[in-house]
Structure formats: C-alpha cells, structure tokens
Write a protein that binds this ligand. Sequence first.
Ligand code: MTE
Length: 312
Amino acid sequence: MLIRRTRPDPVGAITPPEVYLQRRAFLRSAGIATAGAVLAPALACRAESQTPGTGSDPFRSNEEPTPFEDAARYNNFYEFGTDKSDPQRNARNFRTRPWTVSITGEVAKPGNIDLDDLLKPHDIEERIYRLRCVEAWSMVIPWRGIELGKLLKRFEPTSKAKFVAFKTLLDPEQMPGQRRAVLDWPYIEGLRLDEAMHPLTLLATGMYGQDLPNQNGAPLRLVVPWKYGFKSIKSIVEIRLTEEQPATSWNISAPREYGFFSNVNPSVDHPRWSQKRERRIGEFGKRKTLPFNGYAEQVGQLYAGMDLRKHF
Ligand code: MTE
C-alpha cells in the first residue's frame, strides 16, 4: 500500500491538546498564573514527577479521571473524520442498535449474536484505566464493560487459536471517513491470545456510568490499557480467533511506525518523535510515560524473553 506523505495518521499532524482544548487549557493556565508566576515552575515540576503506577488496584487507577466532556470531544475515530473534533459531530446519528457481533474462527461454538444477548448483565463491571495514545497524550477513563477473556471462553477457543482479530463495521454511508482512502477499511486490529485473555483487557460498552458515546466507539470497543490507544478498536462487529498473527490497520499503513504489539514503551521512540513523555488531556505540563503505561507488574511477564525493540 502506498503511504501518502500527506496521510493523516494517529500521530502525524498533531494538534497539541492544549490548542484544541483552548478554553480549558486557557482556564487552567490562567489559574496557575493567578496563583503567582513563582508557582508555575514548581507546578510544572510536580506534573513531571507525578508518574504513579496503577496504585494498589490495577483495575481502578487512583488518578483523577479526565473530565467527561474532554474524553467525549477529543477523539480519534477516522471513520468519522481525521480531526479530533470530527467524530463527535459526524457520529451523532450513527445507528448502534440493532448490532450483531460475529465470533468466528478457531472456536468450538461460533455465532452471530445480537449485542444485547452477548453481554450478560452480571459480567459487566466498572474499571478505571489510563489510555495512552501514540500521539503522546493520555487520559484516565472510567469504563464499563466485560473482560474479553470471560466472553471468549464462552465460545470455547480451540487448541489452534493463537491470536484474536477484530474488525470495525464497514458502512461508508454512515461513516463518511470510509469514503476516503485514509486507511484500508474496515479498521482491523489484533491481539495475541494471552493478551486477549488477560484480565485487564476489556470490551467496553460504556464510560463514566453511561453507554459509550458514538464517537468513543459505541456500542462495543476494545480497551487494552498497556498498549497505545490505536489497538483499542471501536464499533466492533467481528471477533475472529486465528492460528496466524492477523494484519492490523496501522501496521498495513505504516509498518515501520506501528508494530503488531504496540506496547507503551518510553524507551522506544516513534520514528518521528519521542515517547518518553505524555500530556494528560486537560493538564498543563508533561509527565513521564511509564513502561506498559504503568501496568508492567501485571503484564510484563507476557513478554518475557522478547526483544521489545524488535517487537515494538
Ligand atoms: N477504532 C477505529 N475503528 N477507528 C479509529 O480511527 N482510532 C484509535 C482507537 N480506535 C480508531 C479506533 C486511536 S488512534 C485511538 S488513540 C483511540 O481509538 C482513541 O479513542 P478515543 O477517541 O475514544 O479516546
């Protein structure tokens, strides 16, 4: 596939969050300014050193959640446009019911299942995770969803299943971004089976105590908190268990920039910028990025013996 120089990507023309969220950033910086210019460097320093891990409970980060309105208006969802503000506007009328998900491939009990039958209420739980985007910004989001592993077990993966491939809806009529060759549509992603079965890996149906806003991936999206945000595929219609490693959209688009694993790794820079720091949406200053986005204790073992520079 040709890689267009002008191709927008989850990293390319980065609008700094503080520019996009001008008003919020302005208010915040104004707050700092009124507290006195002397305080500013001290606060910047604190932001830099505030890099806690996940706290004692990895399923519920002890950090302050990003304000809902920021998480719902600063989005990457190229099916609805490549600007951060496009998805909120263009996904307004996206139909998320009825919604069928097919679970196929290396499973003993494949099926096409209506979303509302797929999700058993007693499986749904709340999680608070950090989301670290490859563009070097991050958020903290309270999700609602089901552990992907619990769901997959119901379909009985066969002994041949080694990977899980995901696919987003293909519907250019509803998704105007799919009328442009920005990516090879539909958006596809994949995980190794052990990553998919890890208890941190969530299929989210909601956030901040309500159903997912369309722009955040309604009605069903993946959340893999130790990987860069682009692995967290939205509006999923197919989950296929495979023997071979599946192709992924960003790897097809720019293989030297986006690998299959895409674990958050501050010591492996993106070819075009550093991954050492990140800007938390709505905050002033930057903080250090943590290996595996702060989930190293939980997931580091999955990659024991692997060269994570090679398998980026
Ligand atoms: N899923 C689909 N189908 N299409 C996309 O463009 N963008 C990815 C990911 N999932 C994307 C997607 C990227 S680059 C990121 S950072 C996250 O969604 C952003 O999620 P958010 O907009 O809900 O914060």
